[in-house]
Design a protein around this ligand. Structure first.
Ligand code: C5P
Length: 225
């Protein structure tokens, strides 16, 4: 182990991407593989934390000693977060949660010969992170993630940090080739209220370690106040 600097901390990680049913066999999904979240869990466990992962449709190897709970939809993730969040010290919200879902999906397969192609009506999903950050107790650290496209990504993330009242937000520019969704590498900027830390392109394990370092720093600063 590198060092057990996270011993005694309970860390909740959400990972992967939610799937929102269109009918009993089809869904609206996204390209998140869960690699960033699973790397965070692995590194956190290695550094002594008690780690629970809420995994949304992740087909990756799991770390022994980490507790995994599988979910599919944003609604299931919201329920699981509601149960787990009160007992964690740190939330790392790296899951790509659907922003929209089909309204009232039928519990059967929509037949292709039943007429013209159906239109899929969408409704907004509740913002899980916004709700959790708003109900947190003192001593809980909440970190969001933002996948943004191109120019203005950082400004957008700064806005989210403030609006969702987060301790930090990890921003990646998904318009850049070779980083972000379903890739082994990432290149992010960790935006905290008092500083911004750009991390050069690196394997997600290294990025995860740097994010955890920032969590440690934020928690130390918070208790020093
Ligand atoms: O606003 P945006 O979706 O870009 O914010 C991203 C952050 O919010 C991520 O940490 C994501 O997990 C979280 N989120 C959420 N519930 C949603 C949408 C996003 O918790 N419905």
């Amino acid at each position: 182990a590198k060092r057990a600097d996270l011993a005694g901390l309970r860390i909740l990680v959400t990972a992967g991407g939610t799937r929102e049913p269109i009918d009993s066999v089809r869904f609206v999904g996204n390209r998140s593989s869960g690699r960033m979240g699973f790397a965070l869990a692995e590194q956190a466990a290695r550094r002594g934390a008690a780690v629970t992962v809420l995994a949304a449709n992740v087909a990756l190897e799991r770390t022994p000693g980490v507790v995994y709970r599988d979910v599919e939809t944003a609604a299931q993730l919201a329920d699981a977060c509601g149960e787990e969040f009160p007992r964690c010290d740190v939330l790392l919200m790296s899951a790509a949660v659907a922003d929209f879902r089909p309204v009232a999906p039928p519990d059967a397969k929509i037949k292709k010969d039943a007429g013209p192609p159906p239109a899929i009506e969408l409704e907004a999903t509740p913002d899980i992170l916004l709700a959790l950050a708003a109900q947190r107790r003192p001593g809980q650290t909440v970190v969001g993630f933002a996948a943004e496209h191109g120019d203005g990504a950082l400004d957008f993330a700064r806005g989210k940090l403030a609006r969702k009242r987060l301790d930090a937000i990890v921003v990646n520019d998904i318009s850049q080739p070779g980083i972000g969704f379903d890739t082994p590498d990432n290149e992010v900027t960790i935006v905290a209220p008092d500083r911004e830390r750009p991390l050069p392109r690196a394997p997600k394990g290294e990025i995860a370690a740097a994010i955890l370092d920032e969590v440690v720093r934020l928690r130390t600063t918070a208790t020093a106040d």
